[in-house]
Design a protein around this ligand. Structure first.
Ligand code: 5AD
Ligand code: SF4
Length: 472
């Protein structure tokens, strides 16, 4: 029996459940192993790659030792992410020396950023493929089999892989990611993504709806619509007069069934519209949760970051969200120690965090990336110890806010979608509420299963988890 698995490696997603997805026994002659690093988009791309390889007769394996092809789907967002991949490659290098037929491929953002340099630097990498070139993988594998170094890092203005049905890797059978657009046009000055993932393009709305419907028909209960900047989703079908905006798309996905929860990520504070907020408020199955990256709370730093909003604008957006949905969860991404950041700028960040009362944040210190606007224009002038101290203060602030947010939930009743057993005990279920908070509760005598909704009263909390009891 073969199992399809993609390991998720991300500083921000550590500790996530690792549930193998099993397929029927099949006669695949060669097997691939794929490991994903970085954002949810990469994870979702690995599912497209798996589908392309399956079509070509390659079976997935969760054991790299029995693989004929090993792929790393890589991330370039911070230097540390790249270092992790390089370390992993040295491990596979040893394996390759012992098994000459084995091919090692690098996919994703590092492939795009380093291009042929990868083949020069990492002599034992055979295949290098950028995020828009996965359809050419089968040909590249043939080239590599013939002893050539195979590379395709062409970016595309059109590719959305709309017609490819992703093979769900690492799936719990209940929640799935659905990619709705690719690339990014924003050019935040610190960010390498516009260079590694190219220009923004939206996927055919009907193909998104078909994929969501198909997931629902197969028993999935939650879809997360993915894009670097979902609010700029914009699609005009051939012959249509009206475009489909993100608000329209959300509504159409929500209408598939009230039993299907809809989430999305990531929103840009400058682009999220009242239409989107009104649509969220209108449908109970669109989750009350918005990931709204702040990056910095200082208007001066935001300007240098090219974020196109001020601290006041951001705070007004938070107000607007709470006007539409007083119970909406909000989370953030924050960067400490961007170029020229002063103590006063840093205090501004802590101040906006307090104002927004984030339930959760992903927090980083600034890591200069080659080729970005910031690297070309500004000096990375904040000493590492200062960056780290500021980051520590940001983390402490978030811990306080998360604890406060969890305390506010004590005694409340939430509708929870059961995702599976809790990590600690088979006697407990783990699920999420609409606000994306994890809730753990005893199974008791009830006959429930993953994919069921259940009302749970919260009676306690740890730092990251709410603890509850089924409300009969
Ligand atoms: N340094 C640190 N953090 C970064 N991010 C993006 N680029 C950098 C960088 N150069 C963070 C941003 C973004 C998240 C995905 O990663 O906060 O929202
Ligand atoms: Fe990077 Fe900004 Fe685009 Fe996000 S919106 S991917 S931070 S350029």
């Amino acid at each position: 029996m073969l199992e399809l698995v993609s390991k998720v490696h991300d500083e921000t997603r550590q500790g996530e459940a690792f549930a193998p997805f099993t397929v029927d026994p099949n006669p695949y002659k060669r097997h691939f192993y794929i490991e994903s690093y970085g954002c949810q988009m990469n994870f979702s791309d690995s599912e497209i790659v798996a589908s392309i390889l399956n079509e070509e007769g390659f079976g997935a394996t969760r054991n790299f030792e029995e693989a004929d092809l090993i792929f790393l789907n890589t991330c370039s967002i911070r230097e540390k992410a790249e270092q992790t991949v390089r370390k992993r490659l040295t491990e596979f290098r040893k394996l390759k020396q012992a098994r000459p037929g084995l091919l090692v491929g690098v996919l994703g953002c590092m492939a795009e950023r380093l291009k042929s340099k990868f083949l020069e630097e990492e002599k034992l990498v055979d295949i290098v493929v950028g995020p828009d070139a996965y359809r050419t993988l089968p040909n590249l594998i043939t080239e590599a089999d013939g002893g050539q170094k195979a590379i395709n890092v062409l970016l595309s203005r059109e590719e959305t892989y709309a017609d490819i049905s992703p093979v769900r890797l690492n799936s719990n059978g209940i929640t799935a990611f659905v990619s709705i657009m690719r690339g990014c046009n924003n050019m935040c000055s610190f960010c390498v993504v516009p260079f590694t993932r190219g220009r923004e393009r939206s996927r055919d709305a009907q193909s998104i709806l078909n994929e969501c419907q198909d997931l629902f028909d197969r028993g999935y209960k939650e879809v997360t619509l993915l894009g670097q900047n979902v609010d700029s989703y914009y699609y005009i079908a051939e012959g249509a007069t009206q475009p489909v905006t993100f608000a329209n798309l959300l509504e159409r996905v929500a209408l598939i069934s009230p039993e299907l929860r809809v989430r999305f990520s990531t929103s840009h504070p400058k682009d999220i519209t009242d239409d989107v907020l009104a649509t969220m408020a209108k449908y109970e199955n669109i989750c009350r949760y918005i990931h709204l990256p702040l990056q910095s709370g200082s208007t001066r730093v935001l300007q240098l970051m090219n974020r196109s909003y001020s601290r006041e604008w951001y705070k007004a957006k938070v107000d607007r969200i709470r006007e539409y949905m007083p119970d909406c969860g909000i989370s953030s991404d924050i960067i400490a120690g961007f170029c020229t950041e002063t103590e006063a700028d840093h205090q501004d960040t802590l101040d906006v965090m307090r104002y927004a009362r984030y339930d959760m944040s992903y927090m980083f210190f600034y890591s200069e990336r080659p080729g970005t606007l910031a690297q070309r224009r500004y000096e990375d002038d904040i000493p590492e110890d200062v960056k780290k101290r500021r980051l520590q203060e940001i983390v402490e602030m978030q811990n306080k806010l998360s604890a406060e947010s969890n305390r506010q939930d004590l005694g409340k009743i939430f509708k929870v979608l059961i995702e599976g057993n809790s990590k600690r005990s088979e006697l407990d279920w783990m699920g999420r509420n609409s606000q994306n908070k994890v809730i753990v509760f005893a199974k008791e005598q009830y006959d429930l299963k993953p994919g069921d909704y259940v009302q749970v009263t919260v009676h306690d909390c740890t730092q990251a988890t709410l603890l509850g009891k089924i409300t009969s």
